[in-house]
Design a binder for this molecule. Structure first.
Ligand code: EPZ
Length: 419
C-alpha cells in the first residue's frame, strides 16, 4: 500500500506553482454536458476526482481527450446518452451528483444512484431536490437510485436554506435552458461559483450575480463550445501558506488570487505570518513569532472549512490556547485523533476544538481521514521530530496533484513509498 514518509525538521525555500481549482474544474467538466460542441479546458489538474468524473462522461458516450502532460482536456458530448442507472460512480465521488442538473436541462431526465455520505458528514441533497422541484422536475427516489424528470424546466424563485455550493451549482446548470427567469437566493458565494457562471456565460448563457448571494438566470436555447481556463486552487495555495508558517520558512507561491484567499490571508496575518502579494504571486514569511488565534469556519467569504484541518496542524504548535469551530460539516474533526497521536493537545466539544499549543510533535504512523485532513498530516509531518508515515493516500490524491513532489522541490524530506 502506498504511504507518504516525511522526515521532519527541514526548512522550506523556493517557489511552488499552484494547480487550477479542483472545485472549479469538477463542475465545469459536468457543465460541458450543456453544449453538444467541443469544450476545451486548459491546465486541468490530474486528480483522482477528475479522472472519475471524466470516466463517468466517457461511460455516457462523451468523447474525451485528456493530455496529462499539457493538462488540456477536450470534451465532446455531441453523442452523449442520457445517464443509465448502471452507473454507480456517483457513490464513488459525490461531486458527480452535479451531473443531475445539466442532464435534466439537456435530456429532461436523469437517473443516478444516490450519493453516499462521506467521512466529514452525511452530505444531504435536500436543497438540490427542493430546487429541481421548484423548476418543475418530478423526483422519484427508491432502491438507492434517484430519478428526475421534466419535459421542460420552468424558471422559478429558489431560496436555499443554506448557501450550499453543490446545490447552487446544480441548480445554476439546471436553469440555463429553463423557460423564463430563475432566481437563486441565499446562493453560495464561493469563487468557484463565479468561475462556473463565467464559464457558462462564455458559452452563451445569461447569468447575473454568480459568486454573489443572489443569482439570476434567463433561459436560453443552446450553448456553444469554448476553450476555458478555470481559476487557481485557493485551498492548495492556502495549504502551502500554512506550510511556510508551520516550518518557519519563507516561500513564494505562484498562482494565487488575493481576493479568493482573503479569509486565509487575514487569519494567517493575525497569527503573525507576513504575506506580500504581487499580482498572482505571493511571498509568505512564516519566520516570525506566532500567536494563537480562534477560527470559525463559514461559507465564503468566511473562513473556508477546507482550510480547517491545515490550520489545526499549525495551531497545535503555537503556544497558548486556540479555538476552532467547524460550522459547515458535522464531522470534520477526524484529523484531531491523528494529531493527538503525534503529541498535540486538543479537546473536542461538539463542533468546537480547543487546542493547547505544544512545543513539538513527534512523527508516527497516521492516516488521511479525508482530503484536507491528509494535507494536515503532511504539514504536521514536516515539523514533527522523527519520521511520519501517512496512509490512506487516496484521500490526498483526490484533491492534490503530486503534492509530495511540490513539497520536495521546496526542500522537504518527503517521499511516496510502497509498503
Ligand atoms: C463543496 O462541497 C466542496 N466540494 C467541498 O470541498 C467544500 O468543503 C464544500 O463545498 C463547502 O465549501 C466540491 O466543490 C466538489 P455544500 P458540497 O453543499 O457542495 C449542507 C474539498 O475538500 N447541505 O456547500 O458538498 C451539507 O450537509 C471538499 O475539496 C445540506 O444540508 O458542500 C453541509 O453541512 C470537501 N443540504 C453544508 O451544506 C444540501 O442539499 C455544506 O455543503 C446540500 C448541502
Amino acid at each position: 500500500m502506498e504511504k507518504i514518509v516525511i522526515k521532519g525538521g527541514k526548512k522550506l525555500k523556493g517557489e511552488v506553482d499552484i494547480s487550477l481549482a479542483k472545485n472549479s474544474v469538477l463542475p465545469i467538466i459536468v457543465a460541458s454536458i450543456l453544449s453538444p460542441n467541443e469544450i476545451i479546458i486548459k491546465n486541468t489538474p490530474v486528480l483522482e476526482d477528475v479522472t472519475v468524473l471524466v470516466n463517468l462522461l466517457k461511460d455516457l458516450n462523451c468523447e474525451v481527450d485528456f493530455s496529462h502532460e499539457t493538462g488540456e482536456l477536450k470534451l465532446n458530448t455531441a453523442n452523449l446518452q442520457p445517464i443509465s442507472s448502471n452507473s454507480d460512480l456517483i457513490r464513488k465521488m459525490r461531486a458527480s451528483f452535479l451531473i443531475m442538473g445539466p442532464m435534466l436541462a439537456r435530456f429532461g431526465s436523469c437517473k443516478i444512484s444516490l450519493p453516499g455520505g462521506c467521512n466529514i458528514g452525511s452530505r444531504p441533497i435536500d436543497l438540490h431536490l427542493k430546487g429541481f422541484k421548484l423548476l418543475g422536475a418530478e423526483i422519484e427516489i427508491g432502491h438507492g437510485f434517484i430519478e428526475a424528470k421534466a419535459k421542460k424546466l420552468k424558471g422559478n424563485r429558489i431560496y436555499l436554506d443554506f448557501p450550499s455550493v453543490g446545490a447552487t451549482e446544480n441548480l445554476l446548470m439546471a436553469a440555463v435552458f429553463a423557460e423564463g427567469t430563475t432566481i437563486i437566493e441565499n446562493a453560495a458565494e464561493e469563487p468557484e461559483i463565479w468561475d462556473l457562471g463565467n464559464f457558462l456565460n462564455s458559452m452563451g448563457a445569461k447569468i447575473e450575480g454568480a459568486g454573489l448571494g443572489r443569482i439570476t438566470i434567463e433561459g436560453v436555447e443552446s450553448l456553444k463550445g469554448i476553450e476555458y481556463k478555470p481559476i487557481y486552487d485557493r485551498i492548495e495555495a492556502g495549504t502551502f501558506m500554512v506550510a511556510a508558517a508551520i516550518t518557519d520558512s519563507i516561500i513564494t507561491i505562484n498562482g494565487v488570487n488575493e481576493e479568493h484567499l482573503r479569509p486565509t490571508i487575514e487569519k494567517l496575518k493575525e497569527c503573525g505570518v507576513k504575506i506580500q502579494v504581487n499580482g498572482d504571486s505571493m511571498i509568505v514569511d512564516g519566520t516570525g513569532k506566532k500567536k494563537p488565534v480562534d477560527i470559525k469556519t463559514l461559507p465564503y467569504p468566511g473562513f473556508p472549512t477546507d482550510m480547517q484541518p491545515q490550520m489545526m496542524s499549525l495551531l497545535s504548535l503555537i503556544e497558548g490556547s486556540s479555538v476552532i469551530t467547524e460550522t459547515v460539516f458535522e464531522n470534520r474533526f477526524m484529523h484531531v485523533a491523528e494529531l493527538v497521536r503525534m503529541g498535540a493537545s486538543i479537546k473536542i466539544d461538539g463542533r468546537t476544538a480547543i487546542l493547547d499549543g505544544v512545543s513539538n510533535l513527534t512523527g508516527c504512523e497516521v492516516k488521511a481521514t479525508d482530503l484536507r485532513a491528509g494535507a494536515a498530516m503532511i504539514l504536521a509531518g514536516l515539523v514533527a521530530h522523527g519520521e511520519t508515515e501517512i496512509g490512506e493516500l487516496y484521500h490526498i490524491d483526490r484533491g492534490y496533484t503530486n503534492i509530495e513532489e511540490k513539497f520536495r522541490k521546496l526542500g522537504a524530506d518527503i517521499y511516496r513509498v510502497d509498503k
